[in-house]
Ligand binder design. Sequence first.
Ligand SMILES: O=C(O)CCC(=O)C(=O)O
Ligand SMILES: [Fe+2]
Length: 290
Amino acid sequence: MAEKSTAKRAVIKNRATLSVAVTTFCALLAAWLLGWGSKSSVDSFHPPSPLLRSNSSSSELRCEDQSYKTELISLDPLVIYIRDFFNTQEINDIVQAGEDRFNPSVVNQNGKMIQNPYRTSWSAALPAEDPAVQCVLERSRRFLGTVLDPNEDEMGVPQLVRYTEGQEYNLHHDWMRIPQPAFDGSPRSFNRVASFFVILQADCEGGETWFPFIEAVSPQPKESEGGRLWREHEDGGIAFKPVAGNGIFWVNLFPNGTGDTRTVHAGLPVTGGLKTAMNIWPRQYRPNSQ
Ligand SMILES: O=C(O)CCC(=O)C(=O)O
Ligand SMILES: [Fe+2]
């Protein structure tokens, strides 16, 4: 009897030891799967776009996942409104990265970049190596899906644009009439296939982004007038209110590479305060003969 109970105790002890071991193993496995001990970010990647590849020396970049929401505004040309495209931390980091780099904005006139009363804002080219810049460029690249050829195309040089009271950018399109020859000397030229225009700071009055030739797929419901993010403009088309973190995406080029004049748009005058936004102009390359 005593022998039996000793054996039983030994079995119980072994089971207990086994169960502690199993529990510890499961806990360690769960901790590993949840990524404890590493940085609390959910998205990790090796920069894949040509621009990021050529300019980045760091081996790994960690970006926060961003759950943005998209709303189709127009199908032809394609215009998509993106809510919460950048988070507050990214906005702060990107503004800081560009803060000391602002110069008077210029416009392209017959291939020459010149200052013009047509565009009275400030611009700053952003450093491509900045981690927040890399994260939002990568997010934008993924948004584009197959629009960019990973072997040819790139995300371009992102820019900040800033307006104070009285400043504006009159009607223009973002695509170039004459595609820009490739900087690497290859017999290719690029054009801005699409635009992301994302608001970073919107402590301002005025400063809507107006597309006179864009018609919404259907009218907005009338009841949400106050909280509207865009409105039908009195001179036609749609005007988007600047809201920090939100962006507008549109396609500039037809499939044959020519520019779509219906994408003409303006940054309407800021009548008070400060508006800062980021331009991302992905570059699509074509052989020079085309
Ligand atoms: O400021 C805006 O609302 C538009 C700016 C713009 O179109 C640009 O910088 O190309
Ligand atoms: Fe523009």
